[in-house]
Each structure stands twice: as structure tokens, then as C-alpha cells.
Ligand binder design. Structure first.
Ligand code: SAH
Ligand code: SF4
Length: 351
């Protein structure tokens, strides 16, 4: 019976209003309920004392709060990163990460249980695909982080969301976009367009759909290699969506939306981190509004590669900037001691 009940986190404010109307209750109460959910971060009816009795009875009978219990949590030794392993109703587990960098609080959230894309260096890819997350399960992760910040009486509230956890968000397009609509609601979590970044392995139809729908978000594309052969060896999904088609889609996206794309590049020693590789990516991105995010590899059990050393990463960055005028960052490997790479905590807990 519980499975047939409605997860409140699945609903936009308008859908919640329609639900109340279908119950012949006053739609005006929707604001009260919504505020309890997303401003009060209430996780149960008990935490909503002012609800009218009829509404409370309906909610108790037909809905539930899709709060995700913490199966495990761990802090990085530098204290900047906290990683949660959250349990879904069917017993599956996903990762959500809270990151605090210079006062900006960001939640890194998952879009699937596992991933079908099979990137060779990625712990989630090594797990394989189990299922999509629902919009409510995506929202519950953001609420979990917002609530954790409040419980700890932290001075900062949740400001940014990156869809860079487990899974490929454009493989679960509808649920992810529905969740983004709920995240953006200004009367709720209020995570506006500038605050949400979606990272994709390069699902070409998804990128073109984002462009067509002019979805307000930042787009990050995981590139990792500048030739089709090298990329397909790291990212099997490149066989389905070849590099030239991907770059054409990125160009269309930037032209249609006027937005710059972030290109992610996992730096693997000797594989994709030489000066020649830097020049190849410089040529590939020439003329496109781009920023490159360089991420030294987090080693995983299923892949033998090593991370690029700091000096080589800096050299790579220097070439992009000096020779091609492409801005780039080298992501600090914060929290590496808690297996901060995508999917790595879930893998460790399974072992
Ligand atoms: N599926 C999406 C988003 C999740 S992965 C995507 O692939 O873009 C988020 C980023 O982490 C991607 O750029 C991915 O390539 C990178 N990543 C995955 N495993 C990694 C590892 N072990 N070390 C460094 N970066 C990794
Ligand atoms: Fe999936 Fe992204 Fe991992 Fe590739 S890097 S397997 S697309 S989660």
C-alpha cells in the first residue's frame, strides 16, 4: 500500500495544489504544506503541527515523505567534504556529497543507481546499471543536505547543486528535469539556473534537447580525450555518440543558449595528460565558449591508471591558457581519503 502512495517530493507546487483540489480541500493550504516541506524541511507529518485536520488525514492516507535514511556517512580529514550513503525504499544505495569551499555550499547528487555508460575509470561505471532515480529521490538528496546543514547550525545554506554523483543524468532526462523544476522553485529550495550544473558523458540527443528546451542550467560535458579512438577507449558511450557528433551538439547548445560549456577532463598519467593531449583539446575547443575542468584521477579498484601529478596538471593548464586562451581549473582532490570519486563509497560499502 505504501508503494502506491504518493511521494511528496515528487510533486511541484502546482501538482501539490492540484492534489489538494482533487481532494476537495482549499488550495490555499498548499503554501503552508510547501513551506513545511522546503523551508521548514519537515520530514514527517508530526513536524507539521499547523496543518488543518482534513488535509493531515488525506496526506496520512495517500502520501509519504520520501526521506532517505543515512546508511553510512563519513567526513574527509580536511573537514570540507561529507559523503552520505543514502538508502532507497527498495534497499538500493546512492551517494550524495556535501562540499564546502570558501563559503559556497554545494550538494553533489546522484541521478541513477549505478550507470550504464561504463567509463573504465569510474567506480559507478564499474558497478553497471541498476535503475533510474525518481524525481522525488533526487529532491530527497538535496533536502537531506539542506537539513544536515540546518541541524549542524551551519552559517551557510545550500547554494549550489551539481548533478555529478552516480549515474548519467541525461539517460534519466524526464525525472532529472522534473526534479530541477522543483529545485528551482523560488518559494522553495530556490536553487536558480545559475546554481545548478548538470554533467553528462555526452548523450548527444539529450544535449540537443536541452538546447531546444533552453533549460536554464550550466552544462558540463565529460570529454577526457580529443580523438574518437582515445575517447572510445575510456568512454564506451563514445561508440554510440561519436566525438564529431558530440562537438556538433555542443556547438549547437552554445549557439542556441548563448552559454559556455564546462568540459571535464579526468587526468590519467600517461594516457591523456601530455603536452600533445593539451594541444589536441585546445584545437578541438577552438572557437567554442569553453572552460576546461581538469580532475586528477581518483584511483578505483577496477582500473589500473594513476593520477597525473600536480606539475604535469599545471603544465597542461598552462598550455590551454597560453597557447589557446582557454580558461581551466585543476580540481583540488579534496576528500580523496574518503574515496570521494563518483561511486567509490558505494563500491567500498558493497565489498
Ligand atoms: N555521468 C556524468 C556525471 C557523473 S560523473 C558524467 O560522466 O559526466 C562526474 C565526473 O566525474 C565526470 O566528469 C566523470 O568523468 C568524473 N569521474 C568519474 N570517475 C572518476 C574518477 N575515478 N576520477 C576522477 N574523475 C572521475
Ligand atoms: Fe556513468 Fe559518468 Fe561514471 Fe561514466 S563517469 S560511468 S557516465 S557516472
Amino acid at each position: 500500500m505504501r508503494t502506491a502512495s504518493i511521494n511528496l517530493y515528487d510533486l511541484t507546487k502546482e501538482q501539490l495544489r492540484q492534489l489538494l483540489v482533487s481532494w476537495e480541500l482549499k488550495p490555499v493550504h498548499v503554501a503552508l504544506l510547501w513551506n513545511y516541506l522546503y523551508l521548514g524541511l519537515a520530514g514527517s507529518l508530526d513536524a507539521m503541527p499547523d496543518l488543518p485536520p482534513k488535509l493531515r488525514a488525506r496526506l496520512a492516507a495517500h502520501t509519504h515523505f520520501g526521506v532517505l535514511p543515512t546508511a553510512f556517512e563519513t567526513d574527509s580529514s580536511d573537514g570540507f567534504t561529507r559523503k552520505y550513503l543514502l538508502e532507497l525504499a527498495d534497499g538500493e544505495r546512492i551517494e550524495t556529497v556535501l562540499m564546502r569551499f570558501t563559503g559556497r555550499v554545494t550538494a553533489c547528487i546522484s541521478s541513477q543507481v549505478g550507470c550504464a555508460m561504463g567509463c573504465v575509470f569510474c567506480a559507478t561505471g564499474q558497478m553497471g546499471y541498476t535503475r533510474h532515480l525518481t524525481a522525488g529521490e533526487i529532491i530527497a538528496q538535496a533536502v537531506h543536505v539542506a537539513r544536515a546543514l540546518r541541524t549542524a547550525k551551519e552559517p551557510h545554506r545550500l547554494r549550489n547543486i551539481v548533478l555529478m554523483g552516480m549515474g548519467e543524468p541525461l539517460h534519466n532526462y524526464d525525472a532529472v528535469m522534473h526534479a530541477i523544476d522543483i529545485l528551482r522553485d523560488e518559494t522553495g529550495l530556490a536553487l536558480g539556473a545559475e546554481r545548478i550544473t548538470l554533467s553528462t558523458v555526452g548523450v548527444v540527443p539529450g544535449i540537443l534537447r536541452l538546447a531546444k528546451e533552453k533549460r536554464p542550467l550550466h552544462l558540463a560535458v565529460s570529454l577526457h580525450a580529443a580523438t574518437q579512438v582515445e575517447r572510445a577507449a575510456l568512454v564506451p558511450a563514445a561508440r554510440k555518440w561519436p566525438l564529431d557528433e558530440l562537438m556538433a551538439a555542443c556547438r549547437t547548445y552554445s549557439e542556441t543558449t548563448g552559454r559556455r560549456i564546462f568540459y571535464e577532463w579526468t587526468l590519467i598519467e600517461g594516457k591523456n595528460d601530455t603536452a600533445e593531449h593539451a594541444r589536441a583539446v585546445g584545437r578541438l575547443l577552438h572557437g567554442l565558449p569553453a572552460q576546461v575542468n581538469l580532475i586528477p584521477l581518483n584511483p578505483t579498484a577496477g582500473y589500473g591508471g594513476a593520477p597525473t601529478r600536480t606539475d604535469a596538471a599545471k603544465h597542461f593548464q598552462h598550455i590551454l591558457g597560453e597557447e589557446f586562451n582557454i580558461p581551466s581549473t585543476v580540481r583540488q582532490r579534496r576528500g580523496i581519503d574518503i574515496a570521494a570519486g563518483c561511486g567509490q563509497l558505494a563500491t567500498a560499502e558493497r565489498a
